[in-house]
Design a binder for this molecule. Sequence first.
Ligand code: SAH
Length: 203
Amino acid sequence: MKYSKSSLAITLSKLNVFAHPKPRLEQYPTDSEIAADILWQAYMKGDIKGKTIADIGCGTGVLGIAALLLGAKQVTFIDKDNTALEVLRTNLKDLNIDEGFNILNLDVTEFNGKADIVLQNPPFGTRDEHIDRTFLKTAMLTAKIIYSFHKTTTTRFVESFSADNEFSITEQWTVRFPLKQTLSFHKKKIQRIEVTCFRLKKT
Ligand code: SAH
């Protein structure tokens, strides 16, 4: 195996991220340490190597790229923002990854593919109220095993929505997400919010 958890985190920390994040699309990349941690857990559970994976709302691609580095068979990257996908293309090129993926410039509602596994850190729904639900619904139509990040305060919703759709939560990891915020007086401040990655499995 080429990567350890820590070397994966280092490689991910070098990826390019959104140059001009669009607040309306809730564009913030998953922190590289957190991405490496979760992907490592997924890898150890046998959910990555040799699997087909959909990274929905992939942005600049940290989750799907981590999966490719850990031996995923095929990753489909989906995002509605082509500017983010351009950054993703650069990231793949920088890592000399030229096969085993496809990139779809689609809204989540337009995607209807299938995969073994969905990995997604979608918008949390702070701008567009039900977008987290839309992503979860799409993920459930795509795969039988899902890793999906949500604000920890919405855990009840994830539980009931999963039960209603015949999925159960098998694992959950709560992390503190750094959200970089620029204040009006140009001082950068890092705010943290509690986020949980849920592993959901079709029952
Ligand atoms: N998954 C990436 C990006 C997280 S930010 C990471 O972990 O780093 C959320 C992403 O969802 C952004 O790239 C944004 O462009 C995308 N997005 C927001 N609304 C969307 C929609 N309706 N359909 C598809 N992608 C969307």
